[in-house]
Design a protein around this ligand. Structure first.
Ligand code: NDP
Length: 278
């Protein structure tokens, strides 16, 4: 039997990248899915990929919504309950390193950028989770938050607001994991490294520059020791593992790093020691 047969999953940020790959995977493996994002054309592309995988149309709930708004969060939950009658799995994936409106980086980034970045990457997760908890309590459900290796104890000086938001999200994952397990709800998170998605474009990079960035990074083993760029499917498989109680029931509040080894190498390691020691 399919891994997610009979389950209902909400996957935020499924109009692109990691969320889209997760939505296609969950739907292919039997789950009914709510797919959602602001861009209806890109969301339609996700729907088409799901249908092309042989999934019945009735298993897809298509919701154009801004997850940072109360109205958007309510629409995501209400339409899911109206169409499918329950919620088993919440994947809090929508996120971005929102560019500063004046192109500033580092400490020069505006406080408006701080508000927008925290609103998307942290507040919307907290708000949607709070609203979903009564329904997840009924099903003894699963939450998977998508964080980033940028949250770790290394500096990301160019985009401080993004990494601050993800660091706070990690603490939220740990706190909710312990608070909600008493209701039978498991909470875990994934920390992706570099993954080729729309993330670069959402940061304001032109499409070509974004592609070049990913392909160049993949050749730099001091940045990505695995020597290949992460693909959305790599993260989707990890999300599915943490959302599948049969596979991961004893894992609570875990931060699963999926980064091709990036977070294990230090600046020091960027040097070619064999040359330095000659
Ligand atoms: P993409 O830009 O490809 O996808 C981001 C998704 O988030 C899109 O579907 C976008 O939809 C949605 N989104 C953004 N803002 C909103 C909003 N206000 N309301 C609703 N949906 C929104 O990037 P990724 O797939 O890479 O990002 C997914 C997650 O992975 C994010 O949380 C990101 O921080 C994290 N991550 C990504 C990494 C990478 O290298 N790619 C590395 C580490 C973490 P739309 O534009 O239609 O609203």
């Amino acid at each position: 039997m399919s891994r997610f047969a009979g389950k209902v999953a909400i996957i935020t940020g499924s109009s692109n990248g990691i969320g889209r790959a997760a939505a296609v995977l969950f739907a292919r493996e039997g789950s009914k899915v709510t797919i959602t994002g602001r861009n209806s054309e890109r969301l339609e592309e996700t729907r088409q990929q799901i249908l092309a995988a042989g999934v019945p149309e009735g298993n897809v709930n298509f919701v154009v919504a801004d997850v940072t708004t109360d109205a958007g969060q309510d629409k995501i939950l209400r339409t899911t309950l109206d169409k499918f009658g329950k919620i088993d799995i919440l994947i809090n994936n929508a996120g971005a390193a929102i560019p500063d409106s004046e192109g500033k980086t580092g400490t020069a980034q505006s406080i408006e950028n701080y508000d927008a970045t925290l609103n998307l990457n942290l507040r919307s997760v907290i708000a949607l989770t709070k609203k979903a908890v009564p329904h997840l309590t009924e099903t003894k459900g699963e939450i998977v938050n998508i964080s980033s290796i940028a949250s770790g104890n290394r500096a990301t000086p160019e985009f401080p607001h993004y990494s601050i938001a993800k660091a706070a999200l990690d603490q939220y994952t740990r706190n909710t994991a312990i608070d909600l397990i008493q209701h039978g709800i498991r909470v875990n998170s994934i920390s992706p490294g570099l993954v080729a998605t729309g993330f670069g474009s959402a940061m304001g990079m032109p499409e070509e520059v974004s592609k070049k960035f990913y392909s160049t990074m993949a050749t730099m083993k001091e940045c990505v020791p695995a020597g290949v760029m992460g693909q959305p499917q790599d993260i989707a498989e990890a999300i599915a593992f943490l959302a599948d109680r049969k596979a991961s029931s004893y894992i609570i509040g875990h931060q699963l790093v999926v980064d091709g080894g990036s977070s294990l190498v230090m600046g020091l390691h960027c040097q070619d020691f064999s040359k330095l020691l000659q």
